[in-house]
Design a binder for this molecule. Structure first.
Ligand code: LMR
Length: 398
């Protein structure tokens, strides 16, 4: 039965990791997959995570099953991190949160839930969006369409076109929004734009589905949740998927959450029972370790404070690198204006190169980036910046 199987091309983002690993060029630079790197090019285990793991190793006294929803303690603490305590309290039984195997697990669980309660539900995603949104949502059976989002020429959000497009979504439809640090373009809605989208959702009745994978990497832990919190305060229904991969550096531990808010506690209970049954039918229950680490950190004042300090260091380093890259490109005498990179947020921005130029960076200079010209800013450091700026100049002037 396996003879006729066709091979698939490698994943457009994860495939870059493999290609980078086997490249022998000592000057190679990895700007592909979205993982944080420090000045030495390492992706460190955060200090608070190490301490929490030490405590767990010492104190954990069982490895028995948890539940399809994961740990209650984690779910309560992560909801507090996303929405803030006052809002969690005021939402009460209207909110349910499920620990999931990473943000991907949360997105797929959310999509399977929607497919179960409204088969073939329509979901609009931004153009562009994270490449993996399409299979994660589409292979569950949701019908995906795109709304205009990024203006590649002016490096700004096409807000009027976006509003015009999503105004066609109505009750029973979904609109996927990036909570902060848009992946791949780094251009985020400002506060007044979030207010307009929220008012539109309220008027037309569509349900926002927010992907919050980078909380704390843009402007701050609370600041990055402006839109999420506004929508949770205002709208009867909301779906939020969050990830602890980047802000806790727990990538391989697969730690994330799916939160569903509905109009009343009765509907939320029913939704929770459906989600539990779907989780049970796919993976039974999520892996524990990463969530146990996050609970240990968020539940302890000193660990939490240290985590916040280290997360601020990560955020400030990325924002500093944005300025350094813009300055380095200017110093090379490149005509093009790259100042938009400084205005954008989070790990990613587009360089604005065409596919041939991207391939040349990869093949001729061993600089790995996604074909759309998305770069992971965190892969830059003081020892590769000059080579990077020089190589960009060369492909632009070739
Ligand atoms: C990325 O966009 O590079 C990250 O979210 C990692 C991934 O799984 O694609």
């Amino acid at each position: 039965m396996f003879e006729a199987i066709k091979s698939l091309p490698s994943d457009p983002i994860l495939g870059l990791m493999a290609a980078y690993r086997v490249d022998n060029n000592p000057r190679k630079i990895d700007l592909g997959v979205g993982v944080y790197k420090d000045e030495q090019g390492r992706t460190p285990v955060m200090r608070a995570v190490k301490q929490a793991e030490t405590r767990l190793l010492k104190n954990q006294d069982t490895k028995t099953y948890v539940a399809p929803a994961g740990q209650d303690n984690f779910n309560r603490l992560i909801a507090g991190l996303i929405f803030g305590e006052p809002l969690v309290n005021s939402l009460g039984g209207r909110r349910v949160t499920f620990q999931t195997p990473g943000g991907c697990g949360g997105l797929r669980l959310g999509a399977e839930f929607l497919q179960k309660v409204k088969p073939g539900a329509k979901i609009m995603v931004s153009d562009p969006t994270w490449a993996n949104h399409i299979p994660l949502l589409g292979e569950a059976g949701l019908e995906i369409s795109k709304y205009p989002y990024y203006d590649y020429t002016n490096h700004a959000i096409r807000f009027d076109a976006m509003m015009d497009s999503i105004s066609k979504a109505g009750a029973g439809d979904l609109v996927l929004l990036h909570g902060c640090c848009h992946n791949p373009c780094g251009a985020d809605l400002d506060q007044s734009q979030w207010q307009e989208v929220t008012a539109l959702a309220q008027k037309n009745g569509f349900t926002p589905f927010i992907d919050l994978a980078y909380q704390g990497l843009g402007d701050g832990i609370a600041e990055d949740c402006f839109g999420v919190r506004l929508m949770a305060e205002t709208l009867p229904e909301l779906i939020v998927v969050s990830s602890c991969s980047k802000n806790f550096g727990l990538y391989r531990e697969r730690t994330g959450a799916l939160t569903v808010i509905s109009a009343n506690a009765g509907s939320t209970n029913a939704a929770g029972s459906q989600i539990a049954s779907i989780a049970r039918s796919i993976y039974s229950m999520p892996p524990d370790h990463g969530a146990a680490v996050v609970s240990e950190i968020l539940g302890d004042k000193a660990l939490n404070a240290d985590w916040e300090v280290e997360l601020a260091e990560v955020r400030n380093r990325i924002n500093g690198l944005r300025t350094e890259l813009v300055d380095a490109l200017k110093a090379k005498g490149i005509d093009q204006d790259f100042s938009f990179i400084q205005r954008e947020k989070g790990m990613f921005s587009f360089l604005g190169l065409n596919v041939e130029q991207v391939h040349s960076l990869i093949n001729d200079y061993s600089i790995y980036l996604v074909e759309s010209s998305r770069i992971n800013i965190a892969g830059i450091n003081s020892s590769n910046l000059d080579y990077l700026a020089d190589s960009i100049k060369k492909v632009l002037t070739a």
